[in-house]
Design a protein around this ligand. Structure first.
Ligand code: NAD
Length: 263
């Protein structure tokens, strides 16, 4: 059978939320997929692989690669496994992320380190090992997860906000360095997207949003659209950034937030 695959994409944090939507969309677009999440979420990845096979009649190949993106050897082996099993790596989506909500004065070093480890070190390692595979092929798309909180300092989210600002810096630096190898590096910077992570923010016990209908109410009232976004909204942006047509976009962290304004 002649393969009609557009290439191979690897998505971290694909077990749920935005990562799962990205995987489903890239499968729709014609990519074979490496599906990553933490080992505890292996069943979710296996279910996702079954869902993709069900939708595409087995035309799309998937490979489940549970790994902790904070661990360098895990990321290295994850990348090597995907290249070996699926035949290459064309698109890296470093989507995995975690959040902690607390006033600055009560943010523990443990929470700070945990957030920075997943959101910054994990993204850095995914960029690094993806680039190692892509440079010799003179081609690739690397995509990371920043946030609205990576553009505007956000109360009660100091570690998270700092981590998502860091993703923007990493993305710009990598883009400048890798451009001459035909590799683009961009990030998505979502506002409020309806996932478990946002639910965690909504129920967090902080003063900030209490008079504004919680985090959901605050994001809705401050979005020009008046709504929260959906994981599929992010997936469609990633679909474009991963495409050949997006070759002239690099170093960007693209806001996708329904037009958030804080005036
Ligand atoms: P989510 O919590 O629903 O899913 C995140 C996934 O990442 C989970 O499946 C989790 O197990 C996985 N993960 C966590 N640590 C990992 C690790 N060490 N190794 C591998 N996988 C790991 O979150 P989401 O809302 O889908 O968010 C996805 C990304 O988008 C995150 O980086 C998040 O910060 C960013 N983001 C989300 C929103 C939003 O409103 N939901 C807004 C801005 C940015």
């Amino acid at each position: 059978m002649i393969s009609n695959s557009k290439g191979v994409a690897l998505i971290t944090g694909a077990g749920q939320g935005i990562g799962r939507s990205i995987a489903l969309r890239l499968a729709e677009d014609g990519f074979d997929l490496g599906l990553n999440d933490i080992p505890a979420n292996k069943d979710k990845l296996s279910q996702l692989a079954v869902d993709i096979a069900g939708k595409h009649g087995g035309q799309r190949r998937t490979h489940v690669v549970p790994a902790d993106v904070t661990v360098e050897d895990d990321v290295k082996i994850m990348m090597e496994t995907v290249v070996k099993e699926l035949g290459g790596l064309d698109v890296m989506v470093a989507n995995a992320g975690i959040i902690r909500t607390a006033p600055l004065t009560e943010t523990s070093v443990a929470d700070w380190d945990a957030v920075l480890a997943v959101n910054v070190r994990g993204t850095f390692l995914c960029y690094k090992y993806a680039a190692q595979h892509m440079i010799p092929r003179r081609k690739g798309r690397i995509i990371g997860a920043s946030s609205l909180a990576g553009k505007i300092g956000t109360p009660y989210l100091s570690a998270y906000s700092a981590s998502k600002f860091a993703v923007r810096g990493l993305t710009q630096s990598a883009a400048v360095e890798l451009g001459r190898f035909g590799i683009t590096v961009n990030a998505y910077a979502p506002g409020g997207i309806q996932t478990d992570m946002l639910a965690e923010l909504h129920t967090a016990d902080v003063e900030w949003t209490k008079n504004e209908g919680g985090f959901y109410g605050m994001m809705e009232s401050r979005a020009a659209s008046g709504t929260l976004g959906k994981a599929d909204d992010i997936a469609s942006l990633v679909s474009y950034l991963a495409s050949e047509e997006a070759h002239f976009i690099t170093g960007q962290s693209i806001s996708i937030d329904g037009g958030i304004h804080f005036d």
